[in-house]
Design a protein around this ligand. Structure first.
Ligand code: FAD
Length: 346
């Protein structure tokens, strides 16, 4: 196993508020590690509305979710935070020495003086296809994400879903290339897609050329033999159920957020949100702070700008845990030579 990472601060969640937390800690010369279950930073802004305009970021009249994320990443660059993506924080335990032991689903372990939970509405998990008996094939013949496309080359694939992931992977596995499958059947519950029109048009062309098949219907059952998934049953809009043999079933129903393990860390919760005070944004466990959509207090508004303010005060409140003997003064980024140094703009 990898050695334990000793650090001053761990941020759980790389949404806009977790990213800005890096900045506010950085100004106080606190280095952070930041973890997200998604494979990329940006939280809801990237996962739910990358191309939609946001109009209420102070002094930014308009920017998209993606632009906001890119700008935050640029703004925090001087602080060299370490990103640990594609892994969920599962364990948070207080140690006898006052530090916290933090562990992720990939086995990355930390010993940290402070924790900033910026988990938003929770970590995004794939929506599951619920068909009796199917669960046990998870990760052998049933997949909700593609990590290594080459693993599916030459196989008989059934792909379920009607969004961009379903269409993009369908095209990837049908067209000539290193991942070309033996056969591909796309299944969606209706003959209409929430995906780029060009991908849908390309998929229809490939169907007309008999390179693949598209079937309108829903998965209603499975067939197994000798411990293997051999076929799925598809019930069409005509009410007829057809049996389709396959090697692998790929399901792309999108992602939905789940508060998940955060609920089990012994923090005071109210309606699945972490209760904090409005001076320090500290939770019921000293040394653990909660900022952004994940927290609650009287008057809370789930807005990005509120999260930014919370991150600033939480950073100041955390400093005494990290530098017990240092007096922390408020300084302006405009005029402070010390801040210019940490920002690298001397
Ligand atoms: P999130 O953005 O939710 O990020 C949290 C991150 O934490 C996620 O990436 C998640 O994967 C990760 N995470 C959670 N738990 C764990 C765990 N255990 N381990 C690892 N990672 C974890 N706000 C505005 O101010 N203005 C707007 O115009 C606006 N428009 C919006 C439009 C839409 C369609 C939506 C859905 C929201 C909008 N919002 C808007 C709200 C705004 O997106 C949220 O307030 C903001 O994203 C909250 O940021 P956050 O960093 O707190 O959480």
């Amino acid at each position: 196993t990898a050695p334990v990472i000793e650090t001053d601060a761990v941020i759980v969640g790389a949404g806009p508020v977790g990213l800005f937390q890096v900045f506010e800690l950085g100004l106080l010369e606190i280095k952070a590690h930041i973890i997200d279950s998604l494979a990329y930073p940006g939280g809801q802004c990237i996962e739910l509305y990358p191309d939609k305009p946001i109009y209420d970021i102070p002094a930014v009249p308009v920017c998209t979710g993606r632009e906001l994320t890119d700008n935050l990443l640029k703004q925090i660059e001087p602080f060299g935070a370490t990103f640990h993506l594609g892994q969920e924080v599962t364990v948070v335990d207080k140690q006898a020495d006052g530090r916290f032991h933090v562990e992720t689903s990939k086995g990355t372990r930390f010993l940290t003086k402070t924790i900033f939970i910026a988990g938003g509405v929770g970590s995004f998990q794939p929506r599951l296809l619920k068909v009796e008996g199917l669960d046990k094939y998870d990760d052998t013949q049933l997949f909700y994400r593609v990590k290594n496309p080459a693993q599916f080359a030459g196989k008989n694939l059934v792909i379920v879903g009607g969004g961009d992931s379903a269409l993009d992977w369908t095209l990837n596995f049908v067209q000539d290339g290193p991942n070309k499958a033996e056969s591909v059947i796309l299944i969606h519950r209706r003959d209409g897609f929430k995906a780029a029109p060009a991908s849908v048009a390309r998929m229809r062309e490939l169907c007309e050329a008999y390179e693949m098949q598209f079937v309108v219907g829903q998965v209603t059952g499975i067939e197994e033999a000798a411990g293997k998934l051999t076929s799925i049953k598809i019930t069409g809009s005509d009410g007829v159920t057809r049996v389709m043999p396959l090697d692998v079933l790929l399901v792309f129903f999108g992602l939905s957020p789940k508060l998940g393990p955060i609920a089990e860390w012994g923090l005071n919760l109210e309606r699945k949100q972490i209760v904090v005070d409005t001076e320090k944004f500290e939770t019921s466990t000293p040394g653990i702070f909660a900022v952004g959509d994940v927290n609650t207090y009287p008057g809370k508004k789930k807005l990005i700008l509120s999260g930014f303010h919370e991150a600033a005060l939480a950073a100041f409140a955390a400093a005494p845990y990290i530098f017990p003997d240092k007096r922390i003064h408020l300084q302006y980024t405009t005029t402070s030579p010390k801040l210019h140094k940490v920002l690298g703009v001397e």
